[in-house]
Design a protein. Structure first.
Lengths: 192, 192
DNA sequence: GAACATATTGAACGATCGTTCAGGTGCTCG
DNA sequence: CGAGCACCTGAACGATCGTTCAATATGTTC
């Protein structure tokens, strides 16, 4: 029992962050109050303010966590050949593991927050830039003959479709059109 | 002066709704309090609750207003031939008149609200369904030889790209990739 | 002009919000 | 042992929230 107890108790800061993410995903920003986060994490109200200076820095930490998940999507899988590596990354966005309501809803809330709060917008813009750069790098590795500009263009076009794909998946799942969109991304990326 | 005064005074209900939309677009749902709406509309707090039973019904009215703008995008322009009518509708989404930050941000807030509130989700789903049906009808008129199912598929694929296009435009304007995306939508819609 | 419905105001209510703070627990180190 | 430190608690504060309501203004009807 000691092990379980310890496991449940350690790293309350992480549990607070996860509680904030859970609430943000399920109820939107209106559902994220310091008290609600404390309740969801099973800690006292004071502890939330102890680990996070104020509410803004708690939200900021949550947004950085979402950013990490985003960037992981274009992390190169070095066990594969460049072309397969790119295909794998493009398929990953439609992977059920990533296409969960919780993750998509989090992204949406992040975007909505970025509109209202300049500080959050910077975080979002930086994340998007890193994502596109990762995608362009994958394309360049698979099609070395393409100019960096051309790779950037293709990455931007794919980004548009993927954003739409995520949004569509969230608003009303349509498996078939998601599959077709993934295939369209592959065509754009790998065209000769 | 009487005319101006009258113009400014009449239909305070409409001015309240517009104030709510403006705040929702600029500051997100956290910025929409009954008091803030009253201040923005230049009326008293009590009047907001007089015209809208409670906050939820005010937000609901705002969402219905956004829905109207959406549907207008696929309203057939009967002065044009079917194919041009479809092209015009597809170009309309990238029209600067619609691609304003205010309108796009409103859509985003609508989507975010739909995630958190079942009531708002229904409004959003209905709007999306109407939009896709309108798009499919435009495609069918331009390509009568296509089956209704095929038209629906194409409309769904275009919807994915347009959602991504709107989102991308909002997060960081990239005129070139928007232009390419519009062209891609035309190709999908009009392929033989 | 009296009666009436409609429109409009701002004060007031209890609830909840973010933040602060004095205090309490458990641990380490000299 | 006790001083020091990091972690944690819940009460309390003032601000703001959504909602209600009595009072007033405005316009229409008989």
């Amino acid at each position: 029992m000691r092990a379980v107890d310890a496991e449940e108790k350690v790293d309350r800061q992480a549990r607070i962050l996860e509680a904030a993410l859970r609430l943000l995903s399920l109820q939107g920003i209106s559902g994220v109050s310091m008290r609600a986060v404390a309740r969801e994490a099973g800690v006292s109200l004071g502890l939330v303010n102890y680990h996070y200076e104020d509410k803004t820095s708690l939200i900021r930490a949550a947004l950085h966590r979402i950013e990490e998940q985003d960037i992981a999507l274009v992390e190169p899988d070095l066990t594969l050949e460049p072309e397969e590596r790119l295909r794998a990354a493009l398929k990953r966005v439609a992977d059920p593991e990533f296409l969960t309501t919780e993750y998509l809803s989090l992204r949406l809330q992040l975007w909505a927050l970025a509109q209202a709060h300049e500080d959050f917008e910077r975080i979002n813009t930086a994340a998007q830039r890193r994502y596109r750069a990762g995608l362009a790098a994958l394309i360049h590795a698979a099609r070395p003959e393409l100019s960096p500009d051309e790779c950037g263009e293709r990455a931007a076009d794919i980004d548009v479709i993927q954003n739409g794909l995520w949004l569509t998946a969230l608003l009303g799942l349509d498996r078939d059109s998601i599959g077709r969109s993934v295939r369209r991304c592959e065509e754009i990326a790998l065209a000769d």
